[in-house]
Design a protein around this ligand. Sequence first.
Ligand code: UD1
Ligand code: CA
Length: 450
Amino acid sequence: MSTRPVALIILAAGQGTRMNSDLPKVLHPLGGVPMIEHSLASGLSLEPARVVVITGHGADQVEAALADHPVICIRQNEQLGTGHAVAQARAALADFAGDAVVLFGDTPFVSEDSLTKLIAARADHDVVVLGFEADTPARYGRLVTKGTALHKIVEATDATPDELAITLCNSGLMAADAAQLFDLLEQVDNANAAGEYYLTDVPALAHKAGLKAGYVTCTEAETLGINSRAELARAEGIFQATRRAEMLDLGVTMHAPETVYFAHDTYIGRDAVIEPYVVFGPNVTVESGAHIRAFSHLEGAHVSQGAVVGPYARLRPGAEIDNGARIGNFVEVKSAQIQEGAKVNHLSYIGDATIGEGANIGAGTITCNYDGVFKHHTEVGARAFIGSNTMLVAPVTIGADALTASGSVITENVPEGALAVARGRQENKAGLATRLRARLLALKEKTKKG
Ligand code: UD1
Ligand code: CA
């Protein structure tokens, strides 16, 4: 296999008219992340030396979304076709010696294996195209081949009836020596039905120049391109089905996997149990043996071994649930660590907090973490007992083994082992209820008569 350096060129400048959206197509989420991240992730498996993303429609938004990735964004100011788009990368790769691999930002399912095959085939070919046998070739470009040689690609709109009968289609992905690809692209014109500069003209030009063009194939499922909301929904369905199957293979228990939704990067350990109707947003790790009960929503959270979360729990970014901790129904946790064995069982909001080992947070407890401008921290010591309906007005620290009385509004720190009572003192007025009720009933009688 070739060990030449690889540069990725990811095309993401198209308008995506059929999405009917203000959001650029490649930023529509699939598996909880912008769809372009899927192509990028498979491309990164080739360990590219450089990644160039061609942006155009919604370029500001696309570039902002990719800001954390090691990619160079180049603008294609006018969308004159896929060939024209790839040619925009020329300057960014002027000093690059190696293979260029062209990917599409709206074709998320291309596997690492297929990309590896594509690059491997460069050993015997100057230009390699990733093709597939289509059930319904419809609008796809057709591969005109002879044996293993690829003579040309014809776009459906330019094809003869004979060519239209070909079922071997173009996924759009291509690999070639970078410098050679840019030279071939110089010769591409726009004399075709769409008046566009087609990347797909490259194999025929290579053939004419005495170079070898060839192809490898992948499954049709991998080449699914997303052009409309309907295709996006279908892609999400395929993504989820694949992730569920992977999770089951990895030893995760799910009684109704078809009701569980995963993100691109969800990690779940062996023997974890995921009950029905659980939704995972991005960046969640559930360690082995943890138990996520029904109707819970998790994002940016880490759940350790033996912890139980839900039913009806919400873990937001920064939720750290340590070994054996317990998060019960209608509890929301954000930027907070719930340490080993601590319990937050009912109807609570715990935000910007550390809850110590073995602490017990009573029903209805709320960390009042936000003053409208700043967020403040709440610290609850080990084994502390927070009475039901306690308001913890942050910043505040509750010492280890301390106790707060139910209904307290805690605004000052509570020392270790102390009992804090911060509520109105109860007064009982003997017989007053009976007298009051008699008076009210008499009043009612009088109003009826009068
Ligand atoms: C392309 C192929 C077709 C193949 C199909 C597979 C060409 C000419 N045709 O057709 O053979 O079967 O993909 O899905 O390549 N883009 C730009 N700038 C442009 C034009 C396109 O960045 O000026 C980007 C789009 O955003 C998209 C990708 O290139 O990500 C493909 O473009 P699209 O117009 O969707 O090509 P298809 O007509 O689907
Ligand atoms: Ca397309």
